[in-house]
Design a protein around this ligand. Structure first.
Ligand SMILES: CC(C)(COP(=O)(O)OP(=O)(O)OC[C@H]1O[C@@H](n2cnc3c(N)ncnc32)[C@H](O)[C@@H]1OP(=O)(O)O)[C@@H](O)C(=O)NCCC(=O)NCCS
Length: 189
């Protein structure tokens, strides 16, 4: 169980087995195992961390960002309060009504459908209260689990990005549009 004090600001997201709440610096020890795991971080876009303090700094920077740009949620199991991982959005374009999403679960929680739940809850928040029209995920082509997750959620491949900052990053972009949410092959929990 967690005894972390969480500020009341920021949306709490609900999923069948998970609660997602804005993360706080005190969550750093619970997130350290995932952020220091070479397997979980293999396709992540920041280096492995080597200390809890580094995780706390990353959470601080995340929390200092404007929700117009970025926000992140810790995912905890409703059953016993264990930390499963986190989800975020970033590169939000409020005018363009689009954003990128990210997600990372600790290895003991892989393969149980929990990312499907966590990312679905994030997408419901984005397409709902945030008024987003398009969510984008950028994935390394070798990241089979992430590719399967996105396919399951109904994401479609985008043409190679024209954004100069993306050039050469080797990532493939996938998008889910608000209008595609109701497609019958989309398997939200
Ligand atoms: C990607 C990740 C979030 C998936 O989490 P998860 O909880 O295991 O995913 P789910 O159980 O909800 O499964 C989603 C789909 O991925 C598939 N999947 C999960 N792990 C897989 C694996 N190791 N190999 C192949 N497929 C896998 C599932 O079978 C399911 O697909 P299906 O419905 O077609 O069967 C998790 O592996 C992770 O945190 N990886 C490290 C961080 C990362 O790479 N983040 C994404 C950066 S773009």
């Amino acid at each position: 169980m967690t005894d972390v004090e969480v500020p009341s600001a920021g949306a709490v997201l609900d999923a069948p087995r998970l609660l997602l709440r804005p993360w706080v610096e005190a969550d750093a020890p619970a997130m350290f195992p995932a952020f220091s795991d070479p397997e979980a971080m293999r396709h992540w876009n920041t280096p492995l961390v080597s200390s809890v303090v580094e995780v706390a700094s990353a959470i601080s920077r995340s929390r200092a960002a404007s929700p117009d740009m970025h926000a992140a949620w810790l995912a905890v199991l409703k059953r016993d309060g264990r930390t499963v991982g986190f989800v975020n959005y970033h590169r939000r374009d409020v005018q363009g009504r689009c954003l990128d999403i990210g997600y990372l679960l600790a290895r003991p929680f892989w393969g149980m459908g929990l990312a499907t739940e966590a990312v679905s809850a994030l997408l419901s928040h984005c397409f709902g209260p945030l008024g987003v029209l398009r969510a984008v995920a950028r994935v390394h082509p070798d990241n089979v689990a992430s590719l399967r997750l996105l396919a399951r959620l109904g994401f479609q491949p985008l043409p190679a990005s024209s954004r100069s900052e993306d050039a050469g990053d080797g990532l493939a972009a996938f998008a889910l549009d608000v209008l595609d949410q109701a497609r019958p092959d989309r398997r939200f929990p």
